[in-house]
Design a protein around this ligand. Structure first.
Ligand code: HEM
Length: 176
C-alpha cells in the first residue's frame, strides 16, 4: 500500500498536530503561538512608547517571556526525542533528505535558526537586565538607553524568528 494513503496518525513518529498539515503537535502549537506573540509584542511596545504604561509593558513582557520559554522547552523535547522532522518534511517538493541543507526547506531552517538562536539569548539578557536594573514598579532610569537599544533588537529578532519560522513550516510541513 502506498504509505501516503495511510491515515496521517500512522505515517510519522511522534504526535501529530491539529492544523491538517504534516506538523507535529508542538510544531503546530509554536506555529500558532507566534501569531499571538507578534501582535502582543507590538502592543507591549506601543503601550510603553506612546502611553508610558511601564508596568503593563513589564507584565506583558513577563507573560510573553514565560510562555515562549515553556514553548521552547516543549518544542526542543519534541524535536530531540519524539519527532523526526525530516520524515515529516520528506513529502514536500521543497525538501530532499539527500540535499538536506541546500534544498529550499533546509536553507529556510538555517535562516530561521540564525534568527532564533541569537534572539533566544538576547531575550534572556534583556529580560534579566530589565528586572535587575529598572526600579519596581518600573520607570525610565539609568538603564533606559541600553534597554531601548537591546529591547528593539530583541523585538526585531522575535519578529524575524516568527516570519522565518512560518516560512520554514510552510516549505517543510504544509507544501504538497
Ligand atoms: C525581552 C523583553 C523586553 C523587550 C523586548 C522590551 C522592549 C522594549 C522596547 C523596544 C522599549 C522602547 C520603547 C520606545 O521606543 O520608547 C522598551 C522600553 C521600556 N521597557 Fe522594555 N522590554 C522588555 C522587557 C522589559 C521588562 C521586564 C521591564 C521592566 C522590568 C521593561 C521596562 C521598560 C521600561 C521602563 C521602558 C521605558 C524606558 C524609557 O522610556 O526610558 N522592559 N522596552
Amino acid at each position: 500500500m502506498n504509505p501516503l494513503m495511510l491515515p496521517l496518525a500512522q505515517q510519522f513518529g511522534g504526535t501529530n498536530g491539529f492544523l491538517g498539515t504534516r506538523g507535529s503537535l508542538m510544531l503546530d502549537v509554536v506555529f500558532l503561538a507566534m501569531f499571538a506573540v507578534v501582535p502582543l509584542l507590538a502592543l507591549s511596545i506601543y503601550v510603553v512608547k506612546y502611553r508610558r504604561a511601564y508596568d503593563l509593558h513589564k507584565k506583558l513582557q513577563i507573560v510573553m517571556g514565560t510562555v515562549l520559554l515553556l514553548a521552547v522547552v516543549a518544542f526542543e523535547v519534541d524535536m530531540q526525542f519524539l519527532t523526526v522532522w525530516e520524515e515529516r518534511a520528506e513529502p514536500s517538493p521543497y525538501f530532499s533528505s539527500q540535499s538536506k541543507w541546500s534544498c529550499p526547506a533546509g536553507i529556510s531552517l538555517l535562516v530561521h535558526l540564525m534568527f532564533a538562536v541569537p534572539t533566544f539569548v538576547l531575550w534572556i539578557v534583556v529580560m534579566v537586565q530589565a528586572l535587575r536594573l529598572f526600579a519596581s514598579p518600573p520607570k525610565p532610569g539609568k538603564h533606559s538607553l541600553s534597554h531601548m537599544l537591546w529591547g528593539k533588537l530583541a523585538a526585531v529578532g522575535m519578529v524575524g524568528t516568527a516570519v522565518t519560522g512560518w516560512i520554514f513550516y510552510y516549505l517543510a510541513f504544509a507544501a504538497v
